[in-house]
Design a protein around this ligand. Structure first.
Ligand SMILES: Nc1ncnc2c1ncn2[C@@H]1O[C@H](COP(=O)(O)OP(=O)(O)O)[C@@H](O)[C@H]1O
Ligand SMILES: [Mg+2]
Length: 304
């Protein structure tokens, strides 16, 4: 958050920066979207809170002044729009059928968040061909150009699409709950991403905990095994407490951060957003090149 004191030197600094931004060279076509920080949210196991986390984190980041877009990448069973009480006329299936462009399906959510809605109940959406994937990605870099942070809400499971969206992101945020099944699924997800897709850095978010101690304990256990048996690095990024107001929000189709800004979970989301903004990240990984290589040189992995 920028706090301006209004002192003469501050005003000059702000004016200089504005002028510099105005005179900056416009990004070339191949640079498009290259400044956007891409964060995927994944878990292996379903029902651990990914979609709620993406929605509330998006709102919290937007409140910090970031331009946020959320891509509902649960392509066949998307429900982010339902969660936020939105009724998009078009969704990702219309893009794949060639009826709409990606920019035409974008809807605006709370706090000016841009949302790319997924289809629900269309099984084919979970099995895109490599041509469809390639064309979608080309469009994606155009629409994320003015965006600071793209959050990708991935599907449950370890399908190749889930892996792709994680592999293309600059950061992979793994969500776990304290349940052993969630912990083992998160381990399996990181194992495949590290061995097959060379993803070595993970950020761990522990959801549905009673307090920070419980979250740290889950982190300690998972870090111990994963760093011993996998060649990865896992960083603790935060926790969200179990909060019945999240469920109340879901029933009212409103994000808890909007409905109950002072409840414990909302405070956790705000802290998480601040921590993410403070954490250093390299956006040098050229996600466009990554995809080109994957789609152009390899067999059709989308149909594994
Ligand atoms: N911190 C939390 N406290 C209480 N309930 C939660 C919390 N996080 C998620 N939930 C609930 O868990 C369920 C699954 O959440 P969801 O975001 O749909 O998970 P996923 O996207 O991983 O499948 C929802 O009913 C939601 O209300
Ligand atoms: Mg979900």
């Amino acid at each position: 958050m920028t706090i301006s004191t209004g002192s003469p030197s501050n005003v000059i600094n702000i004016m200089t920066r504005k002028l510099a931004a105005k005179n900056a060279i416009a990004p070339s076509q191949s640079d498009k979207g290259s400044r956007t920080r891409v964060i995927s949210i994944s878990s292996g196991k379903g029902g651990v809170g990914k979609t709620n986390i993406v929605a509330n984190l998006g709102i919290s980041l937007s409140r910090l002044g970031k331009k946020v877009m959320i891509f509902d990448a649960d392509l066949g069973l998307g429900n982010l729009d339902i969660l936020l009480g939105l009724t998009p006329k078009y969704n990702f299936s219309h893009v794949i059928l060639g009826e709409k462009t990606l920019s035409e399906i974008i809807v605006e959510g709370p706090c000016n968040i841009k949302i790319l809605p997924a289809s629900s109940g269309i099984q084919e959406m979970a099995n895109l061909s490599k041509e469809q994937t390639a064309s979608f990605l080309n469009d994606l870099y155009d629409v994320i150009d003015p965006i600071d942070i793209l959050l990708i809400d991935t599907a449950a499971g370890i399908s190749s699409h889930v892996m792709y969206f994680n592999a293309m992101a600059h950061e992979v945020l793994v969500v776990v709950s304290p349940e052993p099944t969630s912990i083992t699924d998160a381990y399996a997800l990181m194992k495949i991403l590290s061995i097959r897709y060379d993803v070595k850095q993970f950020k761990l978010l522990v959801n549905m905990v009673s307090d920070i101690q419980e979250a740290h304990e889950v982190y300690r256990q998972l870090k111990l095994v994963s760093e011993r048996f996998l060649d990865i690095n896992m960083e603790y990024i935060g926790h969200v407490t179990y909060d019945k107001n999240i469920r109340r929000g879901v029933r009212q189709q409103k994000a808890v951060c909007d409905l109950y800004p002072d409840t414990q979970a909302s405070k956790c989301f705000s802290s998480l957003a601040v921590k993410l903004c403070q954490s250093q990240v390299s956006t040098s990984k050229n996600t466009r090149l990554f995809w080109k290589e994957l789609i152009g040189n390899k067999q059709d992995l989308t149909k594994q």
